[in-house]
Write a protein that binds this ligand. Structure first.
Ligand SMILES: [Ca+2]
Length: 324
């Protein structure tokens, strides 16, 4: 009997594996991909537009050179109507800075495209998803993580990306990732499947994905645009993109009844706010308390001394009176 059960269960496992293979029909969507050779006829890239400091070469697309105050972006010009997808980006961040470098780059799935702004080369108060690869730690206070740091932010147009706090109070999740100045190829995968957002990296030259974080309850509309952008400020780095590949994921039991075209981007879970409030001043506050306590104590002491002297004088008078 036991043997029969084990045989049956192994058969079931086999069936599952086979059916999983049968249902895997993930395929690349050429109109959302950026693959070498980039250029079509002339200086244009089919399906993509670039702006700012971005330059196109045969082997990479450079969003920013290793110079100060550069902003560059590259945007897909075909809206994405795929509901479940995985975006894989082959990138390289490198520069001469050993300890000081920045600011980083971001991968976008956004409503509006081709607008240069302060959030790693794109506009603030955007609508959509940002995967931020932040190389510079702006916040010097108590910190929960090291840089470089990868995080996700979902915005419906109402949230401000706060560089001073490295976006920590609007992020869904994040992980530390040493992706800079590596000799080998570096990749990031953003997978959006059944409202679960999973970000993985391949940074160790092992041709394997390592999960950075996974968040449930992320609702993104269809019809937005993929893009990448980068920024340098006082500090600089070279931000290169080698390729972008988008795969449509085939989910056999995915509900297709809901039209996602007009929903607003939202996320059910945010990380608890960190370093959000202006640093409180507990030391000076208790300092005031200590001062007040000491003042009251000193007044009480003075009062005691005065009363004591008065009492002593009275006592002396009384004794004199008695003496005479
Ligand atoms: Ca930063």
């Amino acid at each position: 009997m036991e043997k029969l059960i084990s045989t049956l269960s192994s058969l079931l496992v086999c069936a599952c594996v086979v059916s999983a293979e049968w249902n895997t029909k993930d395929f690349m969507k050429r109109e959302h991909c950026l693959i070498k050779p980039y250029q079509g006829s002339g200086m244009t890239i089919p399906y993509w537009d670039f702006m700012g400091s971005t330059i196109v070469t045969n082997n990479y697309i450079r969003l920013t050179p290793d110079d100060q105050s550069k902003l560059g972006a590259l945007w897909n010009n075909v809206p994405c109507n795929v509901r479940n997808w995985e975006l894989q980006v082959h990138f390289k961040v490198h520069g001469k800075g050993k300890d000081l470098y920045g600011d980083g780059f971001a991968i976008w799935y956004a409503k509006d495209r081709m607008q240069i702004g302060p959030v790693f080369g794109n506009v603030d108060y955007y609508q959509g998803l940002a995967i931020i690869l932040d190389t510079y730690s702006n916040h010097n206070g108590p910190h929960n993580h090291q840089h470089p740091y990868i995080s996700a932010m979902v915005n419906n147009g109402s949230l401000h990306y706060d560089h001073d706090r490295d976006g920590t109070h609007t992020q869904l999740a994040g992980c530390e990732a040493k992706f800079r100045n590596l000799e080998h190829d570096t990749h990031i995968a953003v997978r959006y499947e059944g409202d679960v957002l999973t970000v993985s990296t391949d940074l160790e030259n092992k041709a394997a994905w390592r999960e950075c974080f996974s968040v449930k309850g992320v609702r993104l509309p269809t019809g937005y645009y993929f893009g990448v952008s980068a920024a340098t400020g006082d500090l600089s780095d070279t931000h290169d993109i080698m390729s972008i590949r988008l795969y449509e994921l085939d989910l056999p039991d995915d509900p297709k009844d809901e039209d996602r075209a007009f929903i607003s981007p939202s996320a059910a879970f945010f990380e608890p706010p960190r370093d959000h409030v202006e640093d409180p001043k507990p030391s000076s506050l208790s300092g005031v308390k200590i001062f007040l306590l000491m003042l009251v104590g000193a007044l009480a002491l003075i009062a005691c001394v005065v009363i004591g002297i008065m009492f002593y004088q009275k006592h002396q008078e009384n004794s004199r009176k008695r003496f005479y």
